[in-house]
Design a protein around this ligand. Structure first.
Ligand code: NIG
Ligand code: FE
Length: 390
């Protein structure tokens, strides 16, 4: 396969401190060589080896593709009315999920597939080269399994979220629903999923139910991740750390003990989803407290039709910097390497030789512009596995 060199890069984020300055491993006046879908060489442009094809970055910035480790893209319909009402003062509750469950059950496979394709492409144009996505709007064995089958056509990072809410037909029998989620629904879904997730929250699933569901999933080889402490304090974060979950997601309402648990080095990443607080007019998670305590933080979109209908990682970076007091460097690291850690992937999120050639060119001289120029479409080219895809 031919080699390609991207040269004349004004500022390159490698996320590998051994390759450049600071935690982002920044290299000025840099070049990157790609071969067979991988990074083959990284360093100063003047020392780049010859390649078959050359792309001139024109002094602009290049960084690893974003790793969006949390989205919900398999859904039918939308929730414009709910959003509109919320912006007039109606509070967000998880109850709106039922609207999307009804629309998803009613949608054809083709409609759902087209929807996922649309949002994956939309995310890719904004620099996302790895995306996780969940079931959770089907809530029957058949509808959850088909959601995961469809998701699996677009990404290998698929998550079984049969425990999103208790569906209306089980309102009077939540224990029966947990039996379904840990029994026949898990049987139908496990072959199509890498991860298992639970919405552990008042009004959804409590700590005991979440533990039962996550351990049942783990017995089938699915690695846990948890929707934790989004709408209020609760057991989700502690449970995630105790079970060795890959991530605790949201982390909006944390006690000191929760922060200590996330900072204890057990490998559970704190995934922050500022799109959700933005779109529900809620208080943002305290990113500074987590980072200063030593937790590993990821930033993701939570793209879904209810709480956070954005596929834009640049938007999340801008909000995290402006309103969560993350530095631009921290936010860019959390949106790339942080997401990779949350998905336990060592082949993405950085540009070390050997990594996947997933990267983007910004129409800007530095990654800092992602926060400095909010709302401006700065991502001008995207390579995925060495192939230009946007
Ligand atoms: O992550 N919190 C639970 N699930 C989604 C919201 C889903 C919805 O409102 O449809 C979330 O924010
Ligand atoms: Fe979510």
């Amino acid at each position: 396969m031919p080699t390609t060199v991207i040269t004349n890069i004004g500022s390159l984020v490698t996320n590998d401190p051994s390759l450049g300055a600071g935690p982002l491993g920044l290299v000025a006046d840099a070049a990157v060589v790609m071969e067979d879908g991988r990074i083959a060489w990284v360093g100063p442009a003047g020392r780049a080896p010859a390649a078959d094809e050359t792309f001139d970055a024109g002094g602009r910035a290049v960084l690893p593709g974003f790793v969006d480790s949390h989205s919900h893209l398999v859904f039918g319909g939308d929730r414009t009315q709910e959003f509109n009402a919320r912006m007039s003062g109606t509070p967000y509750t998880a109850g709106g999920i039922r609207t999307t469950v009804a629309a998803t059950r009613a949608a054809s496979d083709e409609e759902l597939d087209a929807n996922v394709a649309r949002y994956v492409a939309e995310a890719r144009r904004q620099g996302t080269t790895t995306i996780e996505t969940k079931s959770g709007y089907g809530l029957t064995p058949e509808d959850e399994a088909r959601s995961l089958r469809i998701a699996g056509r677009h990404t290998s990072e698929t998550t079984y979220l049969g425990a999103h809410i208790v569906p209306p037909e089980y309102t009077d029998d939540p224990a029966g629903y947990v039996d379904l989620v840990t029994g026949p629904m898990l049987d139908a879904c496990a072959p199509h999923a890498r991860w298992v997730d639970v919405f552990c929250e008042k009004g959804a699933f409590d700590g005991d139910q979440a533990r039962a569901i996550l351990t049942a999933g783990a017995r089938r080889g699915l690695v846990p991740r948890v929707h934790a402490n989004q709408l209020g304090p609760g057991p989700g974060v502690q449970l995630a750390v105790e079970l060795g979950a890959a991530s605790a997601d949201h982390c909006t309402h944390l006690t000191d003990a929760d922060v200590d648990a996330l900072a204890s080095g057990t490998g559970t990443v704190a995934t922050l989803l500022p799109g959700a607080e933005f779109s529900t007019r809620a208080t943002y998670p305290d990113a500074r407290r987590l980072i200063d305590a030593g937790a590993v933080v990821a930033l993701s979109t939570d793209c879904n039709p209810g709480s956070s209908f954005t596929s834009s990682m640049p938007f999340c970076i801008a909000v995290a910097v402006r309103d969560m007091r993350m530095t631009p460097d921290e936010a860019v690291a959390a949106a790339t390497l942080g997401g990779a850690r949350a998905l336990r992937r060592d082949d993405v999120g950085h540009l070390t030789p050997g990594a996947r050639a997933d990267l983007m060119l910004l129409d800007a001289p530095s990654h800092v512009h992602l926060a400095y120029r909010p709302g401006v479409p700065l991502v001008s080219r995207v390579w995925q596995g060495g192939i230009q895809v946007a």
